[in-house]
Design a binder for this molecule. Structure first.
Ligand SMILES: [Zn+2]
Length: 387
């Protein structure tokens, strides 16, 4: 592929990680997933890579980049639209409604308390008598119930978790696990003395923009490297058309974990629940991308998300965050296809730790204790991890 991007472009987006951009895959029923597959196939039937692009074997061709980008974006759109119409978004659970035991202990007494409160108001808010007493009693029951579930939160959560396991209700089980995980996540309302989403987002945008563009280079050196690669390609008689098969895609997808997101609208489950037709279209896309040495903009973009480095230090300081990049799910698939097919021909230097087996991850942990690697370039075609 041609290297045409020397500047990392970091743009702010306050909306990422918004739960509503996600699809409720974790609670999808088998009927909904079947509907997703059917809708996906129907939509994909109209999405095709023009034959002049698919059949093009010119490695220096730049005429088909637009049709490759469109094909890529259309496939993503088919996946996201089918999932949205067949499965939908997660139901937002906020505030007291998210507390374990709310429906069982609080909801009924709250309804009763509200009923008597309304009746008491309609009768001119009397300060004594049966209505006054009923309102007072039901309100007290309601407040007691809220206090009870607050006090017993952990026990009620554990009980709910145990019931979902004993009933083999895995969706409920994972919902509870997710709630526990989310409830422990600290969220800072102020970072470096700024407190609006836009300001906080800008702090991190500026920080990562400076960081990712901090390595200086000589642009004439880069041009020389590019020219050398292109010359090698031109004179390499062994270079041939590279074909990515449906089986390659299927194998790569089988290694994906569920519930992974690119931070915007792609989720690993869109592919895990994909159909043979989707895998065939993806194989055509990757084949065209590789043989044209071109990747669409949306394929190359990732979402940088700041996560707290040390939970014992202040979460209000931007220096206590590291950025993790959530990259394109299709990018992960292409990484895996290349690793599956060419790992024997690839080598990496000693500062790379990703994709090198467990031994090297242990090495990374050890070295990180001593603050040794300042930047670790992970495999990838487009993934970075920094301290
Ligand atoms: Zn072409």
């Amino acid at each position: 592929m041609t290297v045409n991007r020397l500047i990392a472009n970091v743009t702010p987006n306050e909306q990422v990680n918004n739960v509503h951009t996600r699809i409720a895959w974790h609670s999808a029923s088998s009927i909904q997933i079947a509907r997703y597959k059917t809708t996906l196939n129907e939509m994909l039937a109209d999405v095709n890579l023009p034959s002049c692009t698919a059949d093009c074997i010119d490695v220096f061709c730049t005429a088909h980049q637009q049709s490759i980008s469109k094909f890529h974006d259309d496939i993503i759109e088919c996946c996201t639209s089918s999932a949205l119409s067949s499965i939908g978004r997660p139901t937002a659970v906020q505030g007291s409604g998210a507390r374990p035991g709310w429906s069982r202990y609080v909801k009924p007494v709250r309804v009763e308390a509200l009923k008597w409160h309304r009746a008491w108001k309609e009768r001119g808010r009397p300060d004594h008598g049966p209505l006054y007493d009923m309102r007072k009693m039901t309100r007290a029951r309601y407040h007691n119930a809220v206090r009870f579930i607050k006090k017993q939160e952990q026990i009620l959560r554990d009980t709910s978790l145990a019931y979902s396991m004993s009933d083999l209700d895995y969706n409920q089980f994972w919902r509870e696990v997710k709630r526990i995980k989310d409830s422990r996540k600290p969220v800072a309302s102020t970072v470096d003395d700024f407190n609006t989403r836009a300001e906080i987002c800008k702090i991190f945008t500026d920080k990562y923009s400076a960081l990712y563009n901090s390595v200086t280079f000589d642009s004439s050196d880069m041009i020389r490297y590019l020219d050398n690669i292109n010359l090698d390609l031109l004179h390499d008689s062994t270079a041939s058309y590279l074909y990515i098969s449906t089986a390659d895609v299927k194998k790569a997808v089988s290694g994906l974990k569920t519930g992974k997101s690119d931070g915007q609208n792609q989720q690993s489950d869109h592919l895990i629940n994909g159909t043979p037709l989707l895998f065939r279209k993806l194989a055509q896309l990757f084949t065209a991308m590789i043989n044209h040495g071109f990747a669409p903009d949306s394929f190359l973009s990732g979402t940088l998300s700041p996560i707290v480095k040390n939970g014992r230090k202040s979460i209000n300081s931007s220096s206590n965050y590291r950025g993790i990049t959530l990259s394109s799910i299709l990018g992960k698939i292409l990484d895996r296809i290349i690793m599956n097919r060419f790992s024997g021909s690839l080598y990496s230097n000693d500062f790379q730790f990703g994709f090198k087996g467990r031994e090297n991850w242990l090495k990374m942990d050890f070295e990180s204790l001593f603050d040794a690697p300042k930047m670790i370039l992970m495999p990838g075609l487009h993934k970075e991890y920094h301290r």
